[in-house]
Design a binder for this molecule. Structure first.
Ligand SMILES: Cc1cc2nc3c(=O)[nH]c(=O)nc-3n(C[C@H](O)[C@H](O)[C@H](O)COP(=O)(O)O)c2cc1C
Length: 186
């Protein structure tokens, strides 16, 4: 049995705490009654408020077409316990398989978008497509995060960060330099 986190609503201007370190995420989508999931490493924060998030999606992915059509997604944050699921999801295409069923994941209804939340992930960020102008040239989707759900504990989840060649870095120790920061850069 995979772990299911208890979550609460989270302020949108604070979600960079989870996404700025560049963890692997799972992108869930919905289109014409079917759900899909893809693994994604190429992404970045683009703004606090509105909370903007950019990512690269390859046009050969089934998700690319579902996302362009539905204009919505959920960015889900998996933890170390899901590493094999993350690789498995990235190794198959939603046109051939129902990935929720194959990987034993639970879709939960989102509040603002049709794409499902993945219950087994530490956090879920509901997104609407904000800007399509760079999709055709760069595969770059720009999203506005419209609702965030984050687990109550642990405070610092063990997220996984892809290094290429099959290798993942696991989030670990923390050092704090708050006193050396200019306030606007914190
Ligand atoms: C660790 C990892 C990171 C990945 N990062 C990306 C990414 O940033 N963008 C992308 O388009 N595909 C990425 N992929 C590939 C997709 O997850 C993969 O092509 C997947 O099968 C797409 O599923 P779909 O066809 O059902 O959409 C990644 C795969 C893995 C395993």
């Amino acid at each position: 049995m995979k772990r299911v986190y208890r979550k609460r609503s989270y302020p949108l201007d604070g979600i960079r705490r989870f996404l700025e370190p560049g963890p692997i995420v799972l992108v869930s989508s919905a289109w014409q009654g079917s759900f899909n999931i893809m693994t994604m490493g190429w992404h970045m924060m683009l703004g606090f408020s509105p909370a903007l998030f950019g990512c690269y999606i390859w046009e050969e992915n089934h998700s690319y077409h579902m996302l362009r059509r539905s204009k919505e997604c959920v960015i889900n944050l998996p933890t170390l316990d899901l590493v094999d699921t993350v690789v498995g999801i990235g190794n198959c295409h939603g046109a051939d398989v129902d990935k929720f069923q194959r990987f034993g994941l639970t879709p939960k209804r989102a509040t603002k978008v049709a794409a499902p939340l993945i219950a087994e992930c530490y956090a879920n960020f509901e997104c609407r497509l904000r800007d399509t102008r760079m999709i055709r040239t760069y595969g770059l989707f720009i999203w506005e995060v419209v609702k965030a759900h984050v687990a109550m504990s642990p405070k610092r989840p063990q997220t996984i960060h892809y290094r290429g060649e099959g290798e993942f870095m696991i989030s670990g120790g923390t050092i704090n330099r708050r006193r050396k920061f200019r306030p606007e850069n914190l």
